[in-house]
Write a protein that binds this ligand. Structure first.
Ligand code: AKB
Length: 324
């Protein structure tokens, strides 16, 4: 790769669910030394520490962001550090601080230092009761019922503003719930779709915090990474939406997921005891229309419910066997 095409990438939130796996994939593609992993509270794992540089960065502190961008001559940022929906509802002020101050600082530093591209994840949480819940369209009314959703709507508008006002190449997708076997999520409403696998394999029992008939859009981690990398590599003429793109993969109910897991673990029992997260789930889409992303930059997911479940069970069984 020529110097001109050589990327120097910063990933914030690199110790989180998406960041820990996206960083490794970016390192495979652009070489370990060129991808700086930045974490804040969570301790980085061995894999992250051994495969390239790691820095502690509080994105809510602009000087912290500036320092790391200057030190490594960064030209691309994946800004993933955020507070998710359930934790955000317990402490809305904290969610606003982390999510909005963090994004504003990253965009300002990107503008000031002439960063080439920024990726920032939005979420299906931008939609609220004002939007159709089935096949929710790209351009629907955005009236979220959670502070997390409010920060995602405000963040989308901020990204769009930085693109049109300053020409900053910011790209974004609205992720559904992400299912993965490497790093557990923390503080989201869709976390049950990950916890259920860990508990099914370890204890053959799970107490699910949403109703059995709760349907939400989900995505397996390889597709989540594919969405970020495909969008970042798309020719800028194809990226017509600078707020954020709907991306979909799989939609299923908690009961359907249980039935799929039972094909591998017949003794598995799932009980349902909805808590405050049910109300959040009931305000979100059940399925997403992602035709705009498919048409504009060729988005296409790979995994369905059956292939995702098979792979999750295989990966987690391997992890637990190696541990014991
Ligand atoms: C959450 O549940 O908060 C997240 C999301 C859908 O953005 N997983």
């Amino acid at each position: 790769m020529s110097r001109k095409n050589m990327k120097k990438i910063l990933v914030t939130g690199a110790t989180g669910q998406i960041g820990s796996e996206l960083t490794i994939e970016l390192r495979k593609k652009y070489n370990g030394d060129n991808v700086v992993a930045a974490g804040h509270k969570r301790k980085p794992g061995e894999k992250l520490l051994k495969s390239g540089p790691f820095e502690y960065v509080d994105t809510a502190d602009r000087e912290n962001v500036k320092k790391v961008v200057k030190k490594y001559d960064i030209d691309t940022i994946y800004h993933l550090a955020a507070v998710l929906s359930a934790v955000g509802e317990e402490n809305p002020q904290f969610a606003w601080h982390v999510n909005m101050d963090g994004l504003y600082n990253v965009l300002e530093v990107a503008r000031e230092y002439g960063i080439d591209k920024v990726f920032w994840p939005s979420s299906i949480a931008v939609f609220g009761l004002g939007a159709p819940r089935v096949n929710t369209p790209q351009d629907a009314v955005l009236t979220p019922g959670t502070m997390y959703g409010v920060t995602k709507v405000a963040g989308e508008l901020l990204c769009n503003y930085y693109f049109s006002r300053f020409g900053l190449d910011v790209r974004s997708v609205r992720y559904p719930g992400i299912i993965s076997s490497e790093t557990p999520p923390g503080g989201g409403t869709t976390d049950y779709a990950v916890e259920i696998f860990y508990e099914a394999i370890k204890k053959k029992r799970y107490m699910c915090f949403v109703r059995e008939d709760t349907v939400l859009p989900m995505m397996y981690m390889p597709d989540c990474i594919k969405a970020a990398m495909d969008l970042m590599e798309a020719d800028s003429s194809k990226v017509k939406h600078r707020t954020s793109y709907n991306v979909a993969a799989i939609s299923f109910s908690a009961g359907e997921l249980t039935a799929e897991i039972k094909k591998y673990i017949p003794a598995f029992k799932c009980e349902y005891k909805p808590d405050f997260r049910q109300k959040i789930a009931d305000s979100w889409p059940m399925s997403i229309d992602d035709s705009t992303a498919r048409i504009e930059w060729g988005w296409k997911p790979t995994y369905d419910l059956a292939s995702m479940t098979k792979d999750m069970i295989k990966e987690l069984t391997r992890e637990f066997t190696a541990e014991s």
